[in-house]
Write a protein that binds this ligand. Structure first.
Ligand SMILES: Nc1ncnc2c1ncn2[C@@H]1O[C@H](COP(=O)(O)OP(=O)(O)OP(=O)(O)O)[C@@H](O)[C@H]1O
Ligand SMILES: [Mg+2]
Length: 331
């Protein structure tokens, strides 16, 4: 395998939302690195901060939500300190994102063809004819059978699944070095999901594209991710190679979500099941470890202090007092 280097380094990223005179933190000090050519999966239940952390990386948070602290290094450059136009030059060409909601990035008043060719013109010196050709090819590679026709349609004229594919096409059009894919295949049928995953894997192999892949689907994680970060309540509670997380999960939350997965082969691709207890409420977040109210092993220290990071191996870390030995002599 060729040399890989850290393409994206997210360091202690914290996102704040002002709410009724206080601040809440949907992303509360997360760190992860995506090496060139690597796919980092982000999993965690609804509301854990997966989308918000990606918006922060893309600098797409909407006022009054703000990055309060941290760094986002892309090839060593801190994206958070770029001016607006420099950031726009990165976005869509070097880094692009597939949004959870396909309507987020499609403009209702332009045809699909106009939106695709405009994306190319914004980032590359390219003729109209060449732009149209690339757009049609890309639509075909996301399994759209009649790309010439679709080019003339407006977003409202096509189905939700089709819109999702168009959005994937727009995200991939400029051959980004990093793709952030937020539940990219959720709205698609199983066959199309498989085609899209194959396309993304091909782009990873041929273009060395790196990815941050957000999903609830553990079948998809196993299929495409090299490493996995598990999020809970705005924190990354465990991180490791795919095998570390699947074969020897160490955080009680990771263990619980893996245990809740359907066991039989035929249902392996199912979405994450919910686990018992209430998801975290940001306004009234528990002190100490955010998972303590739902954790069967919680001790006093878990209710008092946020656990530090414990290295389980060179590739595997988790934040849990039980692993650090801090809870061993308590009730
Ligand atoms: N515009 C907003 N204003 C206030 N709070 C928000 C806003 N968007 C999200 N949140 C809150 O921020 C937290 C993180 O949300 P986020 O959308 O990142 O979760 P997620 O992990 O992507 O969930 P899902 O799996 O449902 O997509 C949640 O508690 C959510 O309620
Ligand atoms: Mg989300």
């Amino acid at each position: 395998m060729s040399e890989s280097w850290p393409l994206l380094e997210v360091k202690d990223l914290r996102v704040a939302i002002p709410s009724a005179g206080i601040k809440v933190y949907p992303v509360n000090g997360i760190s992860y690195t995506v090496k060139s050519g690597e796919v980092m999966g982000i999993v965690g239940e609804s509301g854990s901060g997966k989308s918000m952390s990606s918006y922060a990386v893309m600098r797409l948070l909407k006022d009054p939500i703000k990055v309060e602290s941290g760094e986002v290094l892309f090839n060593g450059k801190n994206l958070l300190s770029l001016n607006k136009s420099d950031m726009e030059a990165y976005r869509g060409s070097q880094i692009s994102m597939i949004f959870q909601d396909p309507l987020t990035c499609l403009d209702p008043v332009f045809t699909i063809g106009e939106q695709l060719t405009e994306t190319l013109h914004a980032h590359e010196e390219i003729s109209d004819a060449e732009a149209r050709k690339r757009a049609v090819e890309m639509l075909r590679s996301v399994s759209i059978r009649n790309p010439e026709e679709i080019m003339h349609n407006y977003p409202y004229e096509i189905s939700g699944g089709m819109r999702q594919r168009v959005m994937i096409a727009i995200a991939l059009l400029c051959r980004p070095k990093l793709l952030i894919a937020d539940e990219p295949t959720t709205a698609l049928d199983v066959t199309t999901q498989a085609q899209i995953l194959r396309l993304l894997k091909r782009l990873k192999k041929e273009n060395g594209m790196s990815m941050v892949f957000i999903t609830h689907n553990f079948g998809v994680v196993a299929n495409i991710c090299d490493r996995v970060s598990v999020m809970y309540g705005g924190h990354i509670v465990e991180q490791g190679m795919l095998e570390d997380i699947f074969n020897s999960p160490r955080h009680p939350y990771t263990q619980a979500i893996l245990r809740a997965l359907p066991k039989s082969e035929s249902t392996k691709g199912e979405r994450m099941e919910t686990i018992s207890g209430e998801p975290i409420n940001l306004i009234d977040a528990p002190s100490g470890c955010p998972f303590n109210p739902r954790c069967p092993f919680a001790k006093d220290i878990c209710r008092r202090e946020y656990p530090g990071v414990t290295a389980i191996s060179d590739t595997h870390i988790a934040s849990c007092h039980l692993l650090a030995g801090g809870a061993s002599d308590e009730q």
